[in-house]
Structures are given as structure tokens and as C-alpha cells.
Design a protein around this ligand. Sequence first.
Ligand code: HEC
Length: 103
Amino acid sequence: MILGLFIAVSALLSACGNEVVLPDNADDQLVEGFEVYKANCARCHGADGGGGIGLSLQLIEDRLTDEEQHEVVVRGRKRMPSFGTKLSDDEIDAVVRFTREIL
Ligand code: HEC
């Protein structure tokens, strides 16, 4: 009984772990990147960047350079739409940094 409760609580806590929370010391650019991500990217790449319609963006910083990542977001790639005309350069810089540092 107590063990069951423990398992239920742990499952709940680990489900909460999927939510992205910015560190307390996050600067304005990271906050902007998070907003841009939630509004434009999360529906395909998942709220926590774990993927869905789009690929996982977790640890993307190990797979693509900053420049390559900008290129995908600006131009799009296959089923990924381009954001070059939808987002400003600052918004793209912010969301690329957010995905590299936070997801
Ligand atoms: C309509 C769904 C969709 C949306 C919205 C979307 N993406 Fe994607 N994204 C994809 C798909 C699908 C791919 C895989 C493309 C391929 O197969 O080459 C992808 C690939 C990527 C990649 C390359 C991943 C890799 O491992 O090479 C990056 C980086 C990326 N997306 C970032 C973003 C960002 C940032 C946003 C928001 C500004 C965004 N995406 C919005 C669907 C989407």
C-alpha cells in the first residue's frame, strides 16, 4: 500500500520533470527563446524538445553547429517549415540558443 503510493508519487514527479523550466538566472534572450519555442516549435518538437512530428531537439548542440541550426530554422528542411520570413533574426537567435542551452 505504502509502496504503491510511493510509485504513484514518483511517476507523477517524473511526469512533471518533462516540463521545461528556465533557470532563475535566465537572461532576456533565453526568456524570448522559450516564448518563441512554445509559440512556433513545441507543436512539432514537443514541449520538452523530445520530438513528435519533428525530431528530438534534445542535445542538438552535439549534432549541429550553431550555424547549421540557424540554417534549418531559416530555410526549413523537408517537412520542417522555414521561419526566415516569420521570425526576426533576433527571435531566431533566441530560439536557437534556447534549444541548445535549455532542451
Ligand atoms: C510542422 C512541424 C515543425 C515545426 C513547427 C518546426 N519543426 Fe523543426 N523539424 C521538423 C521536422 C519534420 C524536422 C526533420 C526534417 C528532416 O527530416 O530533415 C525538423 C528538424 C529540425 C531541426 C534539425 C534537427 C536535426 O537533428 O538535424 C532543427 C534544429 C529544428 N527542426 C528546429 C526547429 C525550431 C527552432 C522550430 C521553431 C522555430 C521548429 N523546428 C519548428 C518539423 C517542425
